[in-house]
Design a protein around this ligand. Structure first.
Ligand code: FAD
Length: 387
């Protein structure tokens, strides 16, 4: 059948990879090329297992890295604690690495079958049902593009991210994101000297209300990330403002201050948010990845879920053959429990992602010591995985 995928990010490319052997797949991506905006993600969990099944894990692993761990730092530059990643990675059977989000996208592009019609600069603006069958269910869907053209297909899958407008159409009343109470900014910039100083450990500030990260991101680049608590009532996307960022996050740690001095004019800046939809398909329009079940970066598994969810959808469609609706129901039945479990874990971690008070900070410091006790690695890994 003809399948149109809206969004050529992680979920969209993973889905296209899996559907291409059986279907004619078109991917519409609004950006003019692969999106460069980068932050480091931890890759483990269901997406890792799915990537193994898809035969793409070596491609992704070759682009990733296993850090020694995290180093905590206070505003005076002192080290206040450490967490080693290797015991966690070992507890996960080695199924863990860190990778820049753009590298996941480039890795998926490198293995994308040639038959996929990937169109950059193609923004979808509307989706409509076409051809009602007996009983009123549609036979396909039409995607209208910003350039005035449209594409009719047997199935449309929206992989257009957490702010997907298609979600409202599939699950009315659930189009809005669900903010988790944090605003997050991140960017990459070249700084070989600081990258050398940061070495094999990510730096995270041990601070109240606002937290900064700095890490060596390969090729002499440094990655910076900033999180602050915000009001959960607002869902509007914030406008990146370099001066505001530099002002509000100054003084967390000398090395983080250096990354602020080098903040670019444009950078990633958004609310950490989930997408909650009680249904993931309606007629011949389905949702996948963050559009369906964004867990927010607090769960640290959005990319993993995006890949695993796309693979689960492709598998269910393959098993259902011509019975597309059956495949869509099966996708949800099999995949929703895992996606919701990770979302719950994300919500649980919201209260301690950036400590709100000195007391919370102190409790976290004590908990960190417990993680470093022998034998605690597996426990910590389990709690990361939400088991
Ligand atoms: C700072 C930060 C840190 C994170 N850390 C982690 C982590 O440690 N581990 C982890 O697993 N995940 C992490 N995540 C989450 C992860 O990045 C996302 O969950 C994941 O990228 C979701 O993939 P997706 O393909 O569903 O959506 P996206 O990656 O958002 O892709 C959606 C795509 O759709 C395109 N698009 C949107 N609208 C349209 C349209 N109308 N027409 C055509 N194309 C359109 C966009 O341009 C984009 O390319 C983090 C996220 C952030 C912001």
């Amino acid at each position: 059948m003809d399948v149109t995928v809206i969004g050529g990010g992680i979920a969209g490319l993973a889905l296209a990879h899996q559907l291409a052997p059986d279907h004619d797949v078109t991917v519409l991506e609004a950006s003019p090329g692969p999106r460069g905006g980068g932050y480091m993600i931890d890759f483990f969990g269901p997406g890792f297992v799915a990537a193994e099944r898809m035969g793409i894990i070596d491609e992704l692993r070759a682009r990733g890295h296993v850090y020694e761990g995290v180093r905590y730092g206070t505003p005076d530059g002192a080290e206040s604690g450490r967490i080693d990643v290797r015991p966690l990675a070992a507890a996960l059977g080695g199924r863990y690495f860190s990778i820049l989000r753009p590298e996941v996208e480039l890795g998926l592009l490198a293995v994308l079958p040639r038959s996929v019609d990937l169109r950059y600069g193609a923004r979808a603006v509307a989706v409509r049902d076409i051809g009602l069958q007996g009983g009123g269910s549609p036979r396909g869907a039409l995607v209208e593009l910003a350039d005035g053209t449209s594409i009719a297909s047997d199935l449309v899958v929206a992989c257009d991210g957490v702010r997907s407008p298609v979600r409202e159409r599939v699950a009315p009343g659930h189009g809005e994101i669900v903010p988790m109470g944090y605003r997050v900014a991140s960017y990459l910039y070249p700084d070989p000297e600081l990258a050398g100083e940061l070495g094999e450990r990510m730096l995270m500030t041990d601070t109240v209300g606002r937290v900064g990260w700095a890490y060596a991101a390969g090729d002499g680049r440094v990655g910076a990330m900033f999180a602050e608590r915000t009001d959960v009532a607002s869902t509007e996307r914030p406008v990146p403002d370099r001066e505001r960022l530099q002002r509000d996050f100054a003084g967390l740690h000398p090395q983080v201050d250096r990354t602020l001095e080098n903040a670019p004019e444009s950078f990633y800046d958004d609310l950490a948010a989930q997408a909650i939809a009680p249904r993931w398909s309606r007629g011949r329009v389905a949702l996948a990845g963050d559009a369906a079940h964004a867990p927010s970066l607090l769960a640290g598994q959005g990319t993993s879920l995006a890949i695993a969810g796309a693979e689960a959808l492709a598998r269910s469609l393959r098993a259902a053959g011509p019975h597309v609706e059956v495949g869509l129901v099966e996708y949800e039945r099999r995949w929703r429990p895992t996606a919701e479990r990770v979302q719950r874990a994300g919500r649980r971690s919201a209260s301690f992602f950036a400590p709100a008070t000195r007391l919370q900070l102190r409790l976290q410091q004590i908990a960190r010591r417990a993680v470093m006790l022998p034998g605690a690695g597996l426990f910590a890994a389990r709690s990361v995985l939400g088991h």
